[in-house]
Each structure stands twice: as C-alpha cells, then as structure tokens.
Design a protein around this ligand. Structure first.
Ligand SMILES: Cc1ncc(COP(=O)(O)O)c(C=O)c1O
Length: 434
C-alpha cells in the first residue's frame, strides 16, 4: 500500500474533523488524493506578485501589438470575435470559473425552493456530467462497494460505476404495480444492504422513461434514506439532475430531490450532478456541475481533493465553453429563449403522451408514465424490442433505442411535433407485422 503524502494526511484530518461522514465515505483513492503545491500554487503566487515578468504559466503570450495577450490563431478567433482571447484560450481554474460557479449557485437557488435557508456548496465545474459522475466514483467508491440503482437507468452508470470502479450494484424495480415510483422497493433495497457505507444514485426526470416523482414519493425516498442512516450507515446520495427544469406535468415535483436531502441527516451526504448539457441546450460544450450539501469547512478539504482528481484527469473544463455558458446566462433575452425551448419540448411531450397512449395502440404496447425530460418509453406486449428497432430502421428509416427485450425508448426531443403521429404509426406497423 502506497504511503499517504503528508498533504493528503492533512486533508484527511481536516475532513475527519469537519465532516466525519464524508471522510468515512472516501474511497482509498479519495483518501490518497491531494492537490500538490507545485506549478499551480507557484503560478498563483506569481500572478499576485510578479510585477516585472511572469514566466510561470505553460501558455504563450503575444507582444506584437504591445498587449501581451494570449497568443492565438486569428482563424479560430474570428469565429468567436466578441470573446476576449483570455476567456477563449486561457486555462480555466481547476474547479471552474468563479463567476460561472456563482451564477450556477444562484440558478440552483432560483429553481429549488427547498434549498432556501439550507447550506450547500459553490458548484464545481466538470467537463460534462459524465465527468462529474466519474469524479464521484473515484472519490467515494472502491471495488466491492455497494451502489443502489433502479433497474431502469441511463446505461453509462454501469460503465462508470461497475465496469470502471468495480462497484457491487444492487437494483430495485423502478416501477411499482400501480406504475408509480417503487418507493417500497427502494426502501427495502436500502434496508437489505448490510454495509456501513452505501452509495445511492437517483435520476429524475428519468432516463429512459421520462418519469418524475411526486412530492409525496420524494419525501418517502428521503424518509427511507434517513431511516437507513439512523441505523448507523453513512450514505452518499448522488442526484443526477440532467433534465432538471424540463417538467411538463403539474402533478409531479418541479424541483430537485437535492433540496429535500440537504441537511436531512448528518450521515447523509447529498451531491447534485447537473449541467449546462441539457438545461442550457449545450450538449457538446461539456460544462456541468457538482454541488454538495455541505458547509464551507467540509468543502475546503473536499475541494482540494477534487482539484487533485481533476488535475490528474482533464486538468479542468474548457475555458471557451464555460465563457459561452456564463455569458449566455447573463445575456438579455436568456430567460425568454430558454422558455421558448421549454415550451417547444412541452408541446412535443403532450403530443407524444396523447398519441402513444391512443386506444388503437393499446394492443401493441403500454406506455411507461412520462412527465418530463426528453423521452417516452414503450413496453411491447409482443415481439422483441431489438427486432422492432432494426426493422424500423431498415424498412422505415426511423431510429429509436431498444432496451432489453421489451422496451423501446423514443427521444421525442428530436422529433418535430408534426411528425410525432407518423413515427408512432410506423412503430405500430412494424410491431403488428411481428
Ligand atoms: C441521466 C443522464 N445523466 C447524464 C447524462 C450525460 O451528461 P453529459 O453529456 O453532460 O456527460 C445523460 C445524457 O444522456 C443522461 O441522460
């Protein structure tokens, strides 16, 4: 076993002192990781004090016009002429641009009434949500640690937590007999896992079904988590809020479970993973956030550890991407443009709900309840989902996703409202042919 670096020991002691539950949840790598006092800290010192020449940064400066601005290629600059060279080409801070972190924190408060008067961290910028989930996996999960997941999930969780980290995944059926969220199954799976440390990952609005929880279901889940924590278990609750804000149904809760979980129990550590990815319609910009339900004293060492992990993999998220998101969120017309996209997606969701659940399709499939996000999922009553998918693609040129033997996921986010009727009619035709 590798000896711990003195800086890691210091961080561990700080964490143990400030937040013993967080320390107890750390993986072996989480205990080992630290941010070396190397180039970054020397550069930071020079940024403050080098009044003559600063030759610390691994970048190149251009003095041809006397400014000493970032050297760059005008052919790329002319594509984003309004942005400064520094905000386009410079390195962003390891944990992300301070202003963007603050703007996202304000956004969380606006969107989540339950967060008011609660303590949560400044969001940390990651290179997309997948990166955020991977960081959590590195920080908290060792091979063999238990992760509780629903049986219907975004498939990448398995790659991140099972294949990469070696977690022992315990699943519960996502739906109960009345097609609501299976709070009882969730409760039982938590209760049955005998570990003293548990990791839970929740995702609403849900991929693949588009399900969103009611406030009652959300409270039952929090109660189940608190009940398990009461037995002496430390629980990391990861909340994947990829589709936050995209709720189209008034019967479901229009905020994240995160707000309900923050401060619910000293041994429950909630972390929200969300992003510009879907919320800001910026999939390929790779800007997302990790926000912990922890106070500043706990975050101090934890941020150092996350800085170490980020430094050791991506070294930081894209500067130009962060600048684009920040400037967009501060721009005039931002709220209206966002609302317009929301209305478009909501209209498609409502249309899909009406069409997919139409009487004439009842003999082919059931529709899983869908209230939010991008997707609707069909449960075929006969035939094989993969066969239907292949034939739909080959014979009708329509692409959808087959999940397991019987489920078909349709991303209506990619369909014009006027094409929705046709798509489901074609699916029905293929299913009918058998
Ligand atoms: C539930 C869920 N989480 C996370 C992601 C990935 O987000 P990102 O592209 O920011 O890595 C997706 C993308 O489809 C998703 O559906």
């Amino acid at each position: 076993m590798q000896a711990l670096n003195p800086l890691a020991i210091e961080l561990n002691e700080e964490l143990l002192d400030a937040a013993p539950s967080v320390f107890a949840l750390l993986s072996e790598l989480g205990k080992r990781i630290y941010l070396p006092k190397g180039i970054l800290s020397q550069t930071a010192e020079a940024n403050r004090q080098a009044f003559q020449f600063n030759a610390t940064r691994a970048i190149a400066l251009d003095f041809s016009d006397g400014t000493g601005d970032m050297m760059h290629l005008p052919v790329s600059r002319k594509l984003v002429p309004e942005l400064t060279p520094e905000s386009t080409y410079g390195y962003a801070p390891v944990l992300g641009q301070q202003a963007l972190r603050e703007v996202w924190g304000t956004h969380l408060l606006q969107e989540n009434p339950s967060l008011h008067q609660k303590t949560f961290s400044l969001p940390i910028v990651t290179s997309g949500m997948t990166h955020g989930l991977s960081l959590l996996s590195e920080l908290f999960l060792d091979s063999g640690d238990t992760l509780i997941l629903a049986d219907q999930i975004w498939g990448n969780y398995r790659l991140i937590f099972q294949t990469k980290a070696g977690a022992d995944i315990q699943t519960y059926p996502f739906f109960n007999a009345s097609n609501g969220f299976n709070t009882r199954g969730f409760h039982q799976t938590l209760a049955n896992a005998t570990d003293e440390k548990l990791c839970v990952l929740l995702n609403f609005p849900h991929n693949p079904t588009g399900y969103a929880v009611t406030r009652t279901e959300a409270q039952q889940m929090v109660d189940a988590i608190v009940a398990r924590a009461e037995t002496g278990c430390r629980i990391l609750v990861m909340i994947d809020d990829a589709y936050a804000g995209l709720w189209y149904d008034d019967t479901v809760m229009h905020e994240s479970l995160f707000g309900l979980l923050v401060g619910c129990h000293p041994d429950v550590v909630p972390v929200k993973i969300d992003g510009a990815t879907k919320e800001e319609y910026a999939w390929g910009l790779r800007v997302a956030f990790l926000t912990f339900g922890l106070d500043a004293t706990a975050m101090q060492p934890l941020e150092q550890k996350l800085s170490g992990l980020i430094r050791a993999n991506t070294s930081g998220a894209s500067q130009v991407s962060q600048t684009l998101i920040l400037k967009a969120m501060q721009a005039q017309g931002y709220a209206e443009q966002r609302q317009r996209n929301y209305e478009t997606l909501k209209a498609r969701a409502l249309k899909v709900k009406a069409v997919a659940s139409d009487e004439r399709y009842k003999r082919y499939w059931d529709v899983y309840p869908s209230h939010a996000g991008y997707f609707v999922c069909l449960r075929l009553k006969s035939g094989n989902a993969e066969t239907v998918r292949q034939r739909l693609l080959a014979e009708h040129g329509i692409g959808i996703i087959a999940l397991g033997e019987t489920a078909l996921r349709v991303a209506y986010s990619c369909l014009d409202e006027s094409d929705i009727e046709r798509v489901f009619a074609e699916i029905a035709r293929v299913v009918e042919k058998g």
